[in-house]
Design a binder for this molecule. Structure first.
Ligand SMILES: Nc1ncnc2c1ncn2[C@@H]1O[C@H](COP(=O)(O)OP(=O)(O)O)[C@@H](O)[C@H]1O
Ligand SMILES: [Mg+2]
Length: 228
């Protein structure tokens, strides 16, 4: 029995308008779930509801649930190591080993003493991810974590999320990179117009994702970048 946050037949209205309708969504320990769907479908709202950040939703224990908002960036003149250590605040400890481990996982060791306002957007995003990992949460919620990363860095982050899930965490990532979702997630949940349209093992999800975008699923022989 999991004690993780879950949405059970929940409807959410924002500004007097229903944004999510009859949503059942219960990420399990050990799975990486990709949330896919068009802009405005309600993906961010689902993460915020799970994180307990919406009125009427139970506030979650920040030691157990880490939420990385879209485009999250630390703007102060802290170093990378200091930003990652902020992930320990909910625990009230410094847990140096957790901080070092999270930095190593995110390939941040060479940048540990760099100021976060003087590194690239992609590097800063890795620092924010490491901060979330340093919390050692049971559930990790990420809103478009690969959005501003170069293709190799995006694969690195996906591999890391998959490993985090395989180690027992429930990981949910909003992804527009459908190829990454299908390559790395265990499960793909397709959202459209405030409803869950499909919830499938990743290797069977492409047709449902395509339908949500009004596109076709197919095999394209065009040259493309592949992971090493
Ligand atoms: N605070 C808010 N007040 C009113 N409407 C909102 C608010 N936040 C989001 N919405 C609306 O809810 C819908 C879903 O938004 P969102 O969850 O951000 O979608 P997605 O992340 O899938 O792009 C959109 O139509 C958006 O305009
Ligand atoms: Mg969004």
């Amino acid at each position: 029995m999991s004690h993780l946050p879950a949405l059970r037949n929940r409807t959410v209205s924002l500004g007097g308008r229903p944004v999510l309708r009859d949503i059942d969504f219960a990420p399990q320990p050990g799975e990486l779930v990709a949330l896919c769907g068009p802009n405005g479908a309600g993906k961010t709202t689902m993460l915020r509801a799970l994180a307990g950040l919406l009125p009427g939703f139970t506030a979650t224990d920040p030691r157990r649930v880490a939420y990385l908002p879209q485009g999250a960036r630390s703007v102060w003149g802290l170093t990378v190591a200091q930003v990652v250590a902020l992930g320990r605040i909910p625990h009230g400890d410094a847990a140096t080993a957790s901080v070092e481990h999270a930095m190593a996982l995110c390939s941040l060791m060479p940048l540990r003493d760099a100021r976060v306002d003087r590194i690239s957007g992609g590097e800063a995003r890795r620092a924010m991810l490491a901060r979330a990992l340093a919390t050692e949460p049971d559930m990790l919620l990420l809103d478009e974590p690969t959005a501003d990363l170069d293709p190799a860095a995006a694969h690195d982050v996906m591999r890391l999320l998959r490993r985090t899930a395989d180690a027992g965490c429930a990981v949910v990532a909003v992804l527009h990179a459908i190829d990454l979702a299908i390559a790395y997630a265990h499960r793909v949940t397709v959202v459209g117009e405030g409803r869950i349209l499909a919830d499938l093992p990743a290797d069977r999800a492409l047709p449902a994702v395509a339908a949500a975008f009004g596109m076709r699923a197919g095999v394209d022989p065009a040259p493309r970048l592949l992971p090493p």
